[in-house]
Design a protein around this ligand. Structure first.
Ligand code: ADP
Length: 419
């Protein structure tokens, strides 16, 4: 079963009265473990293709099967889970959160996957791309190459099946770009399928298969060797082999460590071009104190559901008890002659008893509805939520409120028989 199977994929964009055919019936199959470059002139549909492959958008027509599932039949929530767990994204502009550390950036997908071992896994991913020493740095303190490595660490932190990279080397100098490609090769050897969009022939030639697009269609699909021969390119540099660097023990990604060591001068220069001066050698050791400031979010309304749920049975019980106390205090239920009006305390007690039943039923219904809507919201949006337990407890207490009339009836009988 291929990892990607798309048939007659079509994407239309409406621009006022006109329709742009961004993808025009594309067929493409990518097997697991392939390394594919998608090339083509600007406007040929590469980014649209990446968006669809990454389940970020839905096609107008055609089918896309990812990992054996028809993506078109997945709900928005299921698509979000696929994006989070099975696909990693790397962008030209890195798309990092500037106000937080490299470690926290890498932890974001884990946070949305509700993982509890965020720090450990994020550190391991940074380790894989040779950035252990930069864990506590903010993106603005890193060079361009380092930022892209942080982005790659974030992309691989959930062990995705597919890594999609849109012009990943577009903002980097040639040497740093090659180092990024080395990391992709290391990931590819580890089994990750890689699809890279690039307009740079040298970068494309480093993939194993090159798919060329034009006007929303695939116009050629060839091996890297055929591509090089056709364009008269020198054979692409081969990715580095066995690891000798500090990551050798961690497996194929060890090559990233070599990149790390080699990248500094070139990537520092790029970093200087891209923004504030990089921290350079300031961080020379691991950063055990790195702050992973991603507190779980509290589901809105969860506490309210709990409070409403608790109010129902408590208020019902309080009203019923008041009625009982009133009856006892006035000497018990008097004998009422047929046609005569019961004494006022008895009428009040009856009113309180009725109110207690209505409160139990009404407030119980509201609590159940409220709690269920909180849980529905949490299910819609993957993430690490707090408050699910409160919402569930609110629902349970709402159920108790609904059951209150029966419980009070039983209690009434029990007390009556005791009396
Ligand atoms: P590439 O990445 O190869 O430059 P794109 O996939 O970005 O190509 O765009 C393909 C075509 O679709 C272009 O003509 C572009 O103008 C159009 N297009 C892309 N995105 C949109 C959009 N959101 N709305 C309207 N037209 C779009």
């Amino acid at each position: 079963m291929p990892l990607i199977a798309i048939r007659n994929l079509t994407k239309l964009y409406r621009m006022g009265d006109s329709v742009v055919r961004a993808l025009n019936g594309v067929d493409l199959t990518v097997e697991r473990g392939e390394f594919v470059a998608i090339i083509g002139p600007s406007g040929s549909g590469k980014s649209t293709m990446m968006h669809l492959l990454g389940c970020l958008d839905r096609p107008t027509a055609g089918t896309y099967e990812f990992n054996g599932r028809d993506v078109g039949k997945l709900s928005d929530r299921e698509l979000a889970i696929v994006r989070n767990r099975e696909i990693g994204f790397v962008f030209q502009t890195f798309n990092l959160i500037n106000r937080t550390t490299a470690l926290a950036n890498v932890g974001v997908p884990l946070f949305y996957a509700r993982r509890t071992d965020i720090t450990t896994k994020a550190r391991a991913a940074l380790d894989h791309v040779g950035l252990t020493a930069r864990a506590a740095h903010r993106p603005s303190e890193l060079s361009g190459g380092e930022r892209q490595r942080v982005a790659i660490a974030r992309a691989i932190v959930n062990d995705p099946l597919l890594l999609l990279a849109d012009e990943p080397t577009g903002n980097l100098d040639t040497r740093t770009g090659e180092q990024i490609m080395d990391i992709f090769h290391a990931l590819n050897r580890r089994g990750v399928t890689i699809v890279v969009v690039t307009h740079e022939p040298d970068i494309a030639a480093q993939a194993r298969r090159i798919v060329a697009m034009r006007d929303g269609k695939v116009v050629s699909d060839e091996t890297a060797a055929d591509y090089e021969a056709r364009l008269g390119l020198a054979p692409a540099r081969r990715p580095r082999g066995a690891a000798t660097g500090p990551l050798a023990a961690t497996g194929p990604l060890a090559v990233a460590a070599q990149c790390s060591a080699a990248a500094e001068p070139a990537s520092a220069a790029v970093g200087a071009m891209n923004g504030p001066a990089p921290a350079g050698g300031a961080a020379t050791s691991d950063s055990p104190e790195a702050d992973l400031s991603l507190p779980p979010r509290m589901a809105r309304g969860a506490t309210t559901a709990l409070v409403i749920g608790a109010i129902g049975p408590l208020l019902a019980l309080a009203l019923w008890t008041s009625a009982k106390v009133l009856i006892v205090a006035t000497g018990g239920v008097p004998r009422v002659e047929p046609g005569a009006l019961p004494p006022t305390p008895m009428l009040i007690a009856a009113g309180l008893g009725l109110l207690s039943l209505l409160v139990g039923l009404g407030v119980g219904c509201v609590a159940i509805f409220w709690g269920r809507s909180v849980l529905h919201h949490v299910r819609q949006e993957p993430g690490h939520w707090l408050g699910v337990g409160r919402a569930r407890l609110g629902i349970a207490l709402g159920g108790l409120g609904l059951a209150m009339p029966f419980l009070l009836l039983i209690l009434n009988r029990a007390l009556g028989s005791v009396g």
